[in-house]
Design a protein around this ligand. Structure first.
Ligand code: ADP
Ligand code: MG
Length: 267
């Protein structure tokens, strides 16, 4: 049994623990286009959930709605005890900020600040949003840089780093906010193939630490290996939700079957 399976077994014995994440009937509409049609998910602390789906199925919109980078149209979200209900008038800014503080996001295109050094990228939000002292923020940033194997790039600018290095910095930046849940939106799809492995390795180590994560990815074998649950989105709805081995070996939905067969040969 590996450490991830052990953690999962442990969790299944903690049925009464409150969910780390609960999403109820989340909807998002852009004008006439209903992109999320009612998504409900409950996840426990330590769950690593891979999210698959064809391009345009609503994966990015789903992650962006969770932290209000897009305002959802309807639904309810609980993250580590913080509750936000949408659709009951204006959602309080205070509640949105409290929710956001519990979520760390890693984007496809890294989104580092190009005019700031690696260290400055990591300490900015802890200092200005969490009110951490500069000294403590720097210590924590250095610890995280060591963790992602890039301490020697502390004073470099993002443009001098490879895509794989930039994404590892972006992961360190997300971790610096000490989020309850990490959200990854296709973290390797902007990378040259030879740089994918170093980023997946960092994400795998986070799963082994027992971090709660939602990972949108097209790296199917990675998804299967790293996650303890896989969700397949189709046109804004959960089409299938189950254990990775079941999802990958015996998909029930014809659309999932087609999706999997069109992605064979992925990493
Ligand atoms: P995925 O990440 O699964 O490829 P997205 O969540 O990016 O899918 O997009 C789902 C659908 O929502 C697509 O049809 C896309 O064109 C549409 N969409 C996404 N963002 C916007 C937006 N800001 N305005 C209008 N339509 C959008
Ligand atoms: Mg997307």
């Amino acid at each position: 049994m590996n450490s991830l399976q052990f953690a999962n077994n442990l969790h299944s014995t903690c049925e009464n623990a409150p969910p780390a994440l609960q999403i109820l009937d989340l909807k998002k509409r852009f004008g006439d286009l209903e992109v999320l049609k009612g998504i409900s998910i409950s996840a426990r602390a330590g769950d690593a959930i891979s999210i698959l789906g064809a391009s345009g199925s609503g994966k990015s919109t789903f992650l962006r709605c969770l932290n209000f980078l897009e305002a959802p149209t309807d639904g309810e979200i609980w993250v580590a005890g913080q509750h936000v209900r949408i659709g009951s008038g204006l959602t309080a800014r205070r509640d949105i900020n409290a929710l956001r503080a519990k979520l760390g996001m890693v984007f496809q295109n890294f989104n580092l600040w190009s005019h700031k050094t690696v260290l400055q990228n990591i300490i900015e939000a802890p200092i200005h949003i969490r009110g951490i002292s500069k000294k403590d923020a720097c210590l924590k940033a250095e610890e995280l840089l060591s963790k992602v194997g890039l301490i020697e790039k502390r004073d470099a600018y993002p443009s001098h780093l490879s895509g794989g290095q930039q994404q590892r910095i972006a992961i360190a930046r997300a971790l610096a906010m000490e989020p309850e849940i990490l959200l990854f939106d296709e973290p390797t799809s902007a990378l040259d193939p030879e740089l994918v492995g170093e980023v997946l390795k960092v994400i795998r180590s986070l799963a082994e630490e027992g971090r709660t994560m939602l990972i949108v990815t097209h790296e199917l074998s990675f998804a299967r290996q790293v996650s303890n649950r896989t969700i397949f989105l189709h046109q804004g709805l959960i089409e299938e939700d189950g254990k990775p081995d079941d999802i990958f070996e015996s998909p029930r939905s014809p659309r999932l079957k087609k999706f999997l067969s069109s992605h064979v040969g992925g990493h």
